[in-house]
Ligand binder design. Structure first.
Ligand code: GUN
Length: 290
């Protein structure tokens, strides 16, 4: 499954819709991205998000803050963005420095601007099947499954990982009573016994545990669909950057056995960004009637 290709198709559609808004003199989507400190991976992700905004015709504001910014200063900045009518979506790139409470930050962003879908209100609405913003990575996975018309109804999905960002939300989304959903979902984690046996029963495996090349061919049923959410930087002296990016799936090994698989990079990563753009567009369009 080619995340680059599918994300481009999603972005092309969004660009057309944004052009139509511009032609109709409607407000254009505006994403505010907050980046704290100098974490290399976070810098890369935020740069991709800002670049995608300009590709689809959105306005973006990148707010860079020092690693030692106080929690109060950050909360004040978020309050300012909450009250700024022109800003439709607010994204604070995680992880945050240790002295700042991630939960407090997440809960400060207005649910109406929570394009990351991390606010407890957004999560609660998702669980109850109410309109809301889906977290970008699981939403991107749904868009990918939809694009390739992967059947999920009645299938056994095994999710490895239970994070708030990926594992837990995707497990809820795939069990909902509509496509892509209606799956029987098993959530596995660090305390799961017989993980290999459970994985061997899966029609679809979502690997989101953050351990490079964890999933091997002997854990995968012939013909299964494998979605790799991992993006770990592993030291690699042969690369100019000094590292390479590894997924949670041993691609060379597993790809011989499954029917569909996502590569890393070029699989789920670009879909996360496309999904964030979808959420930002929706946050903007929601203001049309205000
Ligand atoms: N860090 C890792 N994934 C994400 C994400 O989807 N959104 C934000 N804001 N930070 C992240």
């Amino acid at each position: 499954m080619d995340g680059k290709l599918v994300s481009q198709a999603v972005k092309d559609r969004l660009k057309q819709q944004t052009d139509a808004r511009r032609a109709a003199c409607k407000k254009l989507p505006h994403l505010a991205a907050v980046l704290i400190g100098n974490n290399g991976a976070s810098e890369t992700y935020v740069a991709s998000k800002v670049k995608s905004c300009s590709e689809v015709g959105f306005t973006s504001t990148l707010i860079r803050l020092a690693e030692d910014i106080s929690e109060v200063q950050l909360l004040n900045k978020l309050t300012e963005l909450n009250e700024d009518f022109d800003v439709d979506g607010i994204l604070v790139q995680l992880p945050l420095p240790k002295h700042i409470s991630e939960q407090k930050i997440i809960e400060t962003i207005y649910p109406s601007k929570d394009v990351d879908g991390f606010h407890p209100e957004s999560v609660g609405r998702m669980v109850q099947g109410l309109p809301t913003y889906y977290p970008a990575t699981p939403y991107g996975i749904l868009l990918l499954l939809e694009h390739y018309k992967i059947e999920t109804k009645g299938k056994h999905v095994v999710v490895i990982g239970r994070s708030n960002i990926v594992g837990r939300p995707i497990s809820i989304m795939l069990s909902k009573n509509e496509y892509p959903g209606n799956a029987t979902v098993t959530v596995c984690h660090s305390h799961t016994s017989h993980l290999k046996e459970i994985c061997l029963q899966a029609d679809i495996i979502i690997a989101a545990l953050g351990k490079p090349e964890f999933l091997k061919a002997d854990m995968v049923k012939e013909g299964a669909v494998v979605v790799d959410v991992g993006i770990t930087r592993v030291s690699d002296p042969s690369k100019k950057s000094g590292f390479s990016i590894k997924g949670d799936v041993d691609f060379a090994d597993v790809s011989t056995k499954c029917s569909y698989i996502t590569p890393v990079p070029g699989g789920v990563g670009p879909m996360t960004i496309a999904a964030l753009m979808m959420n930002t567009f929706k946050a903007c369009a929601a203001k049309d009637s205000v």
